[in-house]
Ligand binder design. Structure first.
Ligand code: WTA
Length: 647
């Protein structure tokens, strides 16, 4: 990916005070982990976690790949993120909220504690939410979403956040899979100066199903009129006032689930990725300190939505566990203009800024010189996540946003990994743009083939040892957990974690992520399975067959490209609109296709398997180099190319 051969050294003034301040320091840590893996993790678990009672084993591999970390330990994540900071940080801002319309609220650790305790009491006493119960959050980016997450953690309930862009159907599926007891939502919120609605999506979801739901708790944000189901719906703003200010937290086991987060795989329905309590929070905190190097009065801003793993780990859990100030933003960085994000950096003196390459490309395109209008001198570290960052975006981010002073940490990780896995360290790693560089200390990443042999010139990105923040299970489907993550690659007879990504390693040991090698596509950093999209398209009565692939896109990274075979007639605008409507309804607006083309047939092997690789090449406009002689009907390829060209 990288055409720019220049290597960018860490800023020496920054490195002087960095948590990991040289490659020597990095290798010292990494070698320690290689020599004594459990000892390495023990040191940090002892140092960082406020244990209520100690663990007996660092890592229990007896039921691999159902690994257990810090067995028998007791802790509580809301204590780790709030209570333990109250002695010296009660008056420090924990959450710095900025609304879409510019309203700002600074929530100190003391105030956060009060609000989380009250919400925890509300859930516990008014709704009888108990340890292990599932709570679905369908929330905008407002502080109450953070209170709800932490309140669940406090009483041991398992939250499952559904991104506010998902449709009623998708919300219903997730509620049902988790058998959730309660949904917490809001009337809506504000975006681009206007109110938008969420509650009605919850209403539709519950009209269709979601039988397990006993109550809907509604936060009032925009005060727009909403439908109200007596007996089921409850007003948060009214109920919260009478709640007691103190709610004792549950002593959770290290391995008790902290949350579920549904994500797409290459087959079937979305999977409820289950994260643990101790391992997850430990790594969330450690990566804040290592990768973002937060300290002192730093103001940290991650622009993700709490509906994604990035929002979980780097808006809420990581920053608060590290005792830092985390910025939460309701709006979009391009409203009222493309300078909004930079104005916020200036106004709040933000020190670390973490976003996605797709956002950088939009901000670059819409406002190349906007950053120059603001004082961005507070920035120390810039981060990216979600997809490989292309050299032009990297360069603009580095030079214009970071004034050639800030390291860019290109962090590779996944919903399943809980926190960063491969990333530069801002005070240590010489950076090659577009390259995620090295595995973090304690993380053993290798690029292998299916037999577990090293394949540095292009292979499968694997993590060869379990790590504390790793996925523990797929909710309700342990077999799928094993097959989805440990079913493809083995090394010396031991199944190992395969990420689904391809990567290569250069002569200096730098890891470059190439992208997914499975049928998962990444639109604006949002992960979707082609199988889910195909299932939605098949609901159109005209469609006989469908295959979905991605096509590179300037801003979104990838866009959705759909091939359909119709039962009769020809593709027209109505059919295309209907298919996109289906995608919006079944999944959400993020799943709408840029291209829907009609083809006379799909390229299939004699056993009926669709050759997606061919379809991917055609969507990209590439020459077909694969052998097509094994296809049932090789002539179909030429016909598909012609249709694609005409479309
Ligand atoms: C991709 C997001 C290249 C990758 C935290 C991964 C990346 C998927 C990077 C996970 C990066 C994430 N460079 N690709 N720095 N970060 N990815 O679960 O394909 O939403 O498997 O987690 O995003 O997406 P997810």
């Amino acid at each position: 990916m990288s055409t720019d051969k220049k290597i960018y050294q860490p800023n020496p003034a920054f490195a002087k005070h960095a948590a990991i301040n040289s490659m020597d320091a990095y290798w010292k840590l990494q070698n320690k982990a290689i020599e004594d893996y459990e000892g390495f993790w023990k040191k940090y678990a002892d140092e960082k976690i406020d244990w209520l009672s100690g663990y007996d084993k660092v890592l229990d591999e007896s039921d691999a790949p159902f690994y257990k970390w810090f067995t028998e330990g007791r802790l509580n994540v809301s204590n780790q993120c709030i209570d333990r900071h109250l002695a010296d940080k009660a008056h420090k801002t924990a959450i710095l909220f900025e609304g879409d319309r510019g309203d700002v609220e600074e929530i100190t650790y003391a105030l956060l504690s009060l609000r989380v305790n009250k919400m925890a009491n509300l859930l516990r006493h008014e709704f009888n939410v108990k340890k292990g119960d599932r709570v679905v959050l369908y929330m905008p980016m407002i502080p109450e979403a953070a209170y709800a997450m932490l309140a669940c953690a406090r009483i041991g309930a398992i939250h499952s956040i559904v991104f506010g862009g998902f449709s009623a159907e998708a919300l219903k599926d997730r509620i049902e899979d988790a058998e959730a007891k309660i949904v917490i939502t809001a009337d809506g919120a504000y975006r681009k100066g206007k109110p938008y609605m969420l509650k009605q999506v919850v209403d539709s979801a519950l009209e269709e199903g979601g039988e397990s739901i006993e109550a809907v708790l509604v936060v009032k944000r925009n005060n727009e009129e909403i439908n109200w189901v007596e007996g089921r719906d409850h007003n948060y703003n009214e109920l919260i006032t009478s709640q007691h200010a103190e709610c004792p937290f549950e002593a959770m086991d290290s391995e008790d689930p902290l949350f579920l987060l549904y994500t797409s795989g290459s087959t079937g329905k979305p999977k409820g990725v289950q994260h643990s309590t101790a391992g997850y929070i430990l790594w969330a905190q450690m990566t804040m300190e290592w990768v973002f190097d937060v300290k002192g009065d730093d103001i940290f801003w991650c622009t993700a939505d709490i509906g994604w793993i990035t929002g979980h780990t780097y808006i809420i859990y990581g920053p608060l566990a590290a005792g830092t100030t985390t910025v939460m933003f309701e709006g979009v960085p391009t409203y009222p203009d493309a300078g909004r994000a930079w104005k916020m950096v200036q106004d709040h003196k933000i020190t670390q800024f973490y976003t996605a390459p797709t956002a950088i490309r939009v901000l670059h395109k819409m406002g190349e010189d906007e950053p120059k209008k603001y004082d961005l001198s507070s920035l120390k570290v810039l981060g990216t996540v979600g997809e490989p960052i292309d050299p032009p975006a990297w360069k603009w981010y580095y030079e214009t946003v970071g004034n050639s002073n800030c390291a860019i940490v290109d962090t590779w990780w996944q919903t399943e990994t809980g926190g960063h896995m491969i990333s530069p360290l801002p005070g240590a790693t010489p950076i090659k743009p577009g390259c995620a560089t090295f595995a973090l200390p304690g993380i053993m990443a290798e690029v292998l083939d299916y037999q577990g042999e090293t394949k540095n010139d292009g292979g499968l990105l694997c993590i060869t040892k379990p790590w504390p923040a790793m996925i523990r299970n797929i909710w309700g489907d342990p077999d799928r957990y094993v097959s989805a993550y440990f079913g493809d690659v083995s090394k010396n007879g031991t199944p190992i974690y395969f990420s689904g990504d391809g990567a290569r390693v250069d002569e200096d040991g730098y890891i470059t992520i190439v992208g997914r090698v499975d049928d998962v596509i990444n639109v604006s950093g949002h992960r979707m399975g082609t199988a889910e999209i195909e299932a939605a398209v098949k609901k159109d009565d005209h469609v006989a067959e469908v295959a979905v692939v991605s096509r590179p896109h300037d801003i979104k990274g990838e866009s959705i490209f759909i091939y359909i075979v119709l039962k009769e007639g020809h593709i027209n605008k109505d059919i295309k609109n209907h298919i996109n409507e289906l995608l919006a309804n079944e999944i959400g607006n993020i799943a709408k296709a840029d291209h829907i083309i009609e083809v006379p047939g799909l390229p299939k092997t004699r056993s009926g398997k669709i050759m997606r690789r061919i379809l991917r090449s055609i969507a990209k406009g590439e020459e077909i180099t694969q052998d097509i002689s094994t296809l049932e009907d090789p002539s179909i390829v030429e016909q598909i190319i012609t249709s694609a060209r005409e479309a």
